[in-house]
Design a protein around this ligand. Structure first.
Ligand SMILES: C[S@@+](CC[C@H](N)C(=O)[O-])C[C@H]1O[C@@H](n2cnc3c(N)ncnc32)[C@H](O)[C@@H]1O
Length: 322
């Protein structure tokens, strides 16, 4: 999660975010630097609950209100439409849903005994639940998805990635989220699109194509907390399928104590647990050597399988995981 450390001042968080955005989104880099130096916008941020001061939330809210991501538009919003801006920031969450992350999950899922029943916690709109609808291209190794109109996800593999010949059979799937987004709601889809950073290549197009695919057969995403809602959902899964509980870019939003509690809950279910989170986020999962800011793909909270790009663009399988 970017720039949300509650122990730091808003200015420090926005400066840190600017560094994250460097080379990825020039517009957001410049905007975050400008906010860090703007007393008026910083005062507005300080009036919000700490978890609502994140750059991603502020910038997406401004765009949702029809403004471009620049500091003069933001200043004008804060002085003239403060109540509107505050309302969006209080009502909405940063819940970016990146379908391309499926490309980093697929090789691990395809190694499990089929058929699979999938539960995704922190599923947002459920686009990462649709692993078998998309097609894949791992540097020329292609796998056809069930929906020929769904996007092709490109992912650069390295190391001994167990690239599957075909997709796993998924007979049941459901998501759980504190605040599910509805792929059939234009408003929710607009929010999802505002969460994609400006200048990030083909992410907007991929999101639109994934939403169109999801609308043809929307995934069920239930409202609930991953700390409490999992056992009831797991009880609904078919007995003859391998139950997989997975999540990506979610546990950073949960306190360290909550993460330990969640780990205990998944283990009690006897489910396969696939995690894709920043290094050190999953309790007890060893952190492999890494550079940059990747995700670690973990099995059962014990075995790091791979390093993965946070947006699914590459997957580096670890040698020791075979
Ligand atoms: C950054 S999004 C990631 C969405 C999706 N997993 C992906 O990789 O594209 C994080 C999601 O986790 C959800 N979330 C955060 N804390 C949660 C909790 N305690 N219980 C359930 N969902 C939670 C948020 O509402 C949000 O939709």
């Amino acid at each position: 999660m970017h720039g949300h450390d509650p122990t730091q001042t808003a200015a420090a968080n926005y400066r840190e975010f600017a560094e994250d955005a460097r080379g990825r989104s020039p517009a957001y880099e410049a905007l975050a630097e400008a906010v860090a130096a703007d007393p008026g916008v910083l005062r507005f941020l300080d009036s919000l609950p700490p978890e609502k001061r994140q750059p991603n939330l502020l910038f997406a809210a401004a765009r949702y209100l029809g403004e471009p991501p620049d500091i003069s538009a933001l200043r004008a919003l804060v002085s003239r439409r403060r109540a509107d801006l505050e309302a969006v920031m209080l009502a909405r969450r940063t819940q970016t849903n990146e379908p391309a992350r499926c490309a980093t999950l697929l090789p691990a899922l395809a190694q499990l005994p089929p058929p699979l029943a999938l539960i995704e916690v922190g599923a947002s709109a459920g686009l990462t639940l649709l692993v078998d609808r998309y097609s894949y291209d791992y540097a020329g190794h292609r796998i056809a998805g069930l929906d020929p109109q769904a996007p092709v996800l490109h992912c650069a593999p390295s190391g001994p990635v167990p690239l599957p010949a075909q997709l796993p059979v998924i007979t049941w799937r459901a998501g759980l989220d504190l605040s599910p987004l509805d792929v059939t709601s234009d408003d929710d889809v607009r929010w999802l699109s505002c969460l994609v950073w400006p200048g990030e290549g083909d992410r907007q197009e991929r999101l639109a194509a994934a939403v169109a695919a999801a609308r043809r057969d929307p995934p069920a995403v239930h409202r609930g907390d991953l700390l409490t809602g999992l056992p009831a959902l797991a009880a609904r899964t078919p007995a003859d399928a391998t139950l997989v509980v997975f999540h990506s870019a979610v546990l950073a939003y949960v306190t360290p104590r909550g993460r330990r509690q969640f780990a205990g809950t998944v283990r009690d279910l006897g489910a396969i647990w696939l995690s894709s989170e920043g290094p050190g986020v999953v309790p007890g999962l060893p952190v492999p050597a890494y550079q940059g800011a990747p995700f670690v793909l973990g099995l059962d909270g014990r075995t790091p399988l791979a390093l993965a790009d946070g947006h699914g663009q590459w997957l580096q399988w670890l040698d020791q995981a075979g």
